[in-house]
Each structure stands twice: as structure tokens, then as C-alpha cells.
Design a protein around this ligand. Structure first.
Ligand SMILES: [Ca+2]
Ligand SMILES: [Ca+2]
Length: 167
């Protein structure tokens, strides 16, 4: 019995701790139940996507103005406003048909003025260093910092344990 109580207590501490602060792995920032990370070294779009995949993530998709503000903040806080950053949009399958590489719906966009223009064939999506970090299509082999995103691995556990974490 004592063992059981200790075990339950340990689980509560662990999961409530997750509830309180650790909704994303170390080095990732939580927003809207997803985890985001900016990688400051520059990479091509496809190598960036592979680097994200190595952490069970994708180049980031963006679904609202609030999320867009959030990832723009990640770029600014990293001091990368003059470089911009890849996010996970592409139109490499059909020119002008944009999709998110993580398979989610392309239901929000924030193109900067005159973009996307497919200038000399541009099929990959970046936050462009235009001062506002709005969106531009760019050649996929350009080298840029990038932003990965993934679902928070803890939310399913939280839904099971919300009651035990209530005050
Ligand atoms: Ca294009
Ligand atoms: Ca462009």
C-alpha cells in the first residue's frame, strides 16, 4: 500500500510539474499546444527540414496571426531579423499552390508586399528580413536559419491528469 501511495505521488508530482511549466522539451518554446524552436545556423530548406525531422518535428507551420507574431518574436529574440528564417511552406508540387510540409491546412498567410513572386523559381517559404519578418518565397537552396515545430508531447498526458492537478 505504501508503495502504491508513493508511486501515485511521484506520478502526480511529475505530471503536475509538466502541467505547470514543462510543456515542451528543453530548448523549445510552447505556443498553442505546440513546441517551437529556432535553429540559428543557416541551412537549405530541405536540410533544415531534415534537421527538424531528427527531433520528431517539421519546419514550422503557421495558422494564425498570433502564431505568426510568436515565431517572428523567436527570430527577433535570436538577433536574426537581418537574416530571416525558413518556415515549412512550399509550392514545389504545383506552382502557386502552397502547402505546409507537416501536412496541416494552409489556412493562414502573411505575404509581404509583392510576394510570392516566384522570382527565378522560388518554392520555399521564409520570414523575410523586410523589417517586419513578413513572408517571401525564396529559392529552396538559399541558406537561412530556421524554425521547427511539433505537437507538445505532454498534452495527451495532461488531458488524462488535469483533475489530479486541480487545486
Ligand atoms: Ca513557386
Ligand atoms: Ca519571392
Amino acid at each position: 500500500m505504501a508503495t502504491l501511495i508513493i508511486w501515485i505521488s511521484a506520478c502526480a508530482v511529475l505530471l503536475c510539474g509538466v502541467h505547470g511549466q514543462h510543456k515542451c522539451p528543453p530548448g523549445w518554446s510552447v505556443f498553442n499546444r505546440r513546441c517551437f524552436k529556432i535553429v540559428t545556423s543557416s541551412s537549405t530548406f530541405h536540410k533544415a527540414q531534415m534537421a527538424c525531422a531528427n527531433e520528431n518535428a517539421h519546419l514550422a507551420s503557421v495558422h494564425s496571426a498570433a502564431e505568426n507574431d510568436f515565431i517572428q518574436g523567436l527570430v527577433r529574440n535570436a538577433g536574426l531579423s537581418s537574416q530571416g528564417a525558413w518556415i515549412g511552406g512550399s509550392d514545389d508540387g504545383s506552382e502557386g499552390t502552397w502547402y505546409w510540409i507537416d501536412g496541416s491546412a494552409f489556412d493562414f498567410s502573411d505575404w509581404t508586399i509583392g510576394q510570392p513572386d516566384n522570382y527565378h523559381t522560388e518554392d520555399c517559404l521564409m520570414l523575410t528580413p523586410d523589417g517586419n519578418l513578413r513572408w517571401n518565397d525564396l529559392r529552396c537552396d538559399d541558406l537561412r536559419p530556421f524554425i521547427c515545430s511539433k505537437k507538445s508531447p505532454y498534452w495527451d498526458k495532461l488531458h488524462m491528469t488535469d483533475v489530479s492537478c486541480a487545486p
